[in-house]
Design a protein around this ligand. Sequence first.
Ligand code: NAD
Length: 480
Amino acid sequence: MSAHLTTVAGVAVDTRHWIGGERVASTDTFTDVSPIDGAPLGEISRATASEAAAAVAAAKAAFPGWAATPRAERARLLHAVAAGVERRAEELALVETTDNGALLRSHRRGVMPRVAHNFRFFADRLLGLEHEDFTTRDHTNHVTWDPAGPCVLITPWNAPLMLATWKVAPALAAGNTVVLKPAEWTPLTASLLADIAAEAGLPPGVLNVVQGYGAEIGDALTGHPDVRRISFTGSVPTARHIAARAAANLTPLSLELGGKSPLLVFADADLDLAVDLAVEQYDNAGQVCLAATRLLVEEAVAEEFLHRFVAKASGLRQGDPREEGTDIGPTIHPRQLEKIDGFVQRARAAGARAVIGGHRGPGQYYAPTLLTGVRQDSEVVQEEVFGPVLTLQTFRTEDEAVALANDTRFGLAATLATGDRERADRVTARLVAGTVWVNCFFVRDLRAPFGGSRRSGVGREGDVWSFDFFCDLKNTVTAP
Ligand code: NAD
């Protein structure tokens, strides 16, 4: 076996970059480690600024050809990538779980089909992309979505392939070329995606994958004058840094960032449903940007809610994410574990009570935790923990509920549990959030806009909004 291949869960994964249709190795490497048991998974090429620049150059060279490729052909190739994902879905699921510790059953049943759908959806959407011509005096206005150029896509570790393809698919559909930089804690499925894209017949340089540390190569990518779009999913501090780099070239940015979303439970709610929604927030060990980590419960039902919540949450099985019966896997990294525990212990020192959890589990696991007795202005209520840690606060009136929900610097999502449709409409209208779910959670249709308000992001992606971002819109006015 090549020195550049590693075998993970029985699947061969190339540890090098993918630049201009070729595998390129760096002299230096970093060790990728499984969060499940700390086992080393491979020595991954660790890019320097020069490999980052080479990837942008490859994307630039491939751009004219890809941009000129007829829409129908681009769509056909993206469907071929989707078919490749479907063919290798089981391998992708196994590798992703080993690399990031999220549940294998979720990867199998939800995530990998969704990854394929990302390609199919944007391929089809491309074909239907048009704006009706209209006249200005006697002139015809014709609007087109022109390809913009090389795009840099930077993604996090909590849903690696899902979040990468949510950007890669529309960027490629739009006629752009791409440099994808996956998170250094989860480099593997991006490498498999490069294989799949090559097998599908995507021309060299259209999709490039660079592995390495954001802190080391980020600037070379985001500050590059040939880059026409930057789409980033990750944390607020990194986004600030990237925005400053992008400012030098006025490169348009799409930022999908953190959250501190509320779940509002009104006394008129179906309480079992509300409890199910609350417990669902522990999915992926709470490492979900959209997670409704602030439970806001109407005082009249708070005691009963808490009682049922504890009963349900106590039944969660924490363990190996590869096992079918497991509900919660490990946290991604010892550093993340440390961070989560820091939040919890500081909250407890400030007077919070851990109704459940409040401590580490074995290895890299953290016990699902619910904190009560927290102050609205406290760190654990205001900052994103990104772990299985929820807080519970109560309210008496609708006004108070809305005020608590909106008292945050974030604005990614909100969830309501209520049996009163009019209340749902009233409250929804007052909430600051990119997505509001009423009596449901995590339902995401690609036809809907997705993004965050306030510090949760800049811009919206999904459906035509992805094309609006990834394209240069052009209006052609023709004289009669
Ligand atoms: P992070 O910001 O630390 O890293 C994200 C990516 O940015 C990684 O690929 C990293 O290598 C890269 N990066 C780091 N420094 C960089 C730099 N200077 N220049 C360019 N790139 C750089 O975030 P994370 O810890 O990996 O991810 C967790 C965060 O992502 C949480 O805040 C979470 O809420 C957010 N998130 C948001 C969404 C969303 O859709 N809104 C989805 C998932 C995760």
